[in-house]
Design a protein around this ligand. Sequence first.
Ligand SMILES: Nc1nc2c(ncn2[C@@H]2O[C@H](COP(=O)(O)OP(=O)(O)OP(=O)(O)O)[C@@H](O)[C@H]2O)c(=O)[nH]1
Ligand SMILES: [Mg+2]
Length: 435
Amino acid sequence: MFLDKAKIYVKAGDGGDGIVSFRRELYVPEGGPAGGDGGKGADIIFRVDEGLRTLIDFRYQKHFKAPRGEKGKTKGMHGAGAEDMVVRVPPGTVIYDDDTHELIADLTRHGQEVVVAKGGRGGRGNIRFATARNPAPHLAEKGEEGQERWIVLELKVMADVGLVGFPSVGKSTLLSVVSAAEPKIGAYHFTTITPNLGVVDVGEGRSFVMADLPGLIEGAHEGVGLGHEFLRHVERTRLIVHVVDIAATEERDPYDDWLKINEELRLYNEKLAQRPQIVAANKMDMPGADEQLREFKAKLERDGHGDVEVFPISAMARKGVQELLYRAAVLLEQIPETPLVEEVVDTSERKVYRYEKEDDDTSFTIRRENDTFIVESVAIERMLKRMNTDSYDAFQRFSYTMRKSGIEAALRKKGAKDGHLVRIGDYEFEFVEQE
Ligand SMILES: Nc1nc2c(ncn2[C@@H]2O[C@H](COP(=O)(O)OP(=O)(O)OP(=O)(O)O)[C@@H](O)[C@H]2O)c(=O)[nH]1
Ligand SMILES: [Mg+2]
């Protein structure tokens, strides 16, 4: 059973409160401030685990609350930050904010992560509020609240193998005998109108996801039949298993079928013509199938398709199926995973934004080495590390911070000119004079 949508609530940990405390010293009625900062609340992080194939776990758990940071301590000690909460999701999970419908992330690669709810910062203890005029402040901050929101997860079906072919050639039957899936099977065309998925276990720890797709007919690339719907799904599979009715039960020529379907794939998207493909010659249990198979292979040979791999099977009688599956598994190991959507929205940029507003430590130093200016600033380096450097917005924010923090002006004062290099942490970029 594949669940492809889930709505869940996430609440990141609140920051720990800063505290008010004073040193107690002998003979000193009230010592200096000694209240430490609270620790940071836990982020909620979604991480892709390629071992997962469904969102089924989110049926049982819909609320995720991460722990809060520890309170600040006496003697100026900081409270510990809470450990981030990591939630595993399958590859192909797209995450939206339920309120704004904003795309939060499109997670495709194993190990890829996104912060879906940001933990609150710890409040500052009274040490931080001491000034010359008020050396013993009775003031501390509360921890910041952790971010909370409702998010929607959608699993884009990422089948490894797509079953392609004319209607009624036996695609659904094949899926039903190789997996636990129970697709509808019928003697009429277009029995299948939406894709069915099944996990195929080949043994030896090998398994893959197979999609049984609606039948294809001529003109599909122009939307005839269930055309586009169907072809969009094929685009997402890594290996095509092209099923032909080798017994020609409907009196079409199997080889003709094969050519037509390939032509439809090509017309829809040239890339589909290049997708690895093997042929399942189905219904071998029917009379005359052997003869047809010989002809089919001869025609392949004749037309220069001799390298096409053909697996004679009978889905119904479960014959020849094992060889087909094994070959598919082996091929899949050689075919690279192609991500569906390249763009990844990294909500950790939120951190950057917060930093600009609230971080008080904007101190920096600048060193010059020939035409390179080396900037050292913990806060800016941290910001850069969390910044998606390909994102224009993030870069805008970054420029803004450079200006606000006075780094830009300081660079100019030190003689930075157009074309000079500026290095911050691991990043280097060109200095551009702004008017
Ligand atoms: N004799 C024989 N009949 C088969 C075999 N596989 C499937 N069939 C029959 O072919 C018909 C169509 O089977 P389906 O599995 O529904 O075909 P499909 O390709 O999924 O068809 P659509 O969903 O309409 O595209 C059914 O009557 C099946 O029982 C086979 O190996 N041998
Ligand atoms: Mg079907």
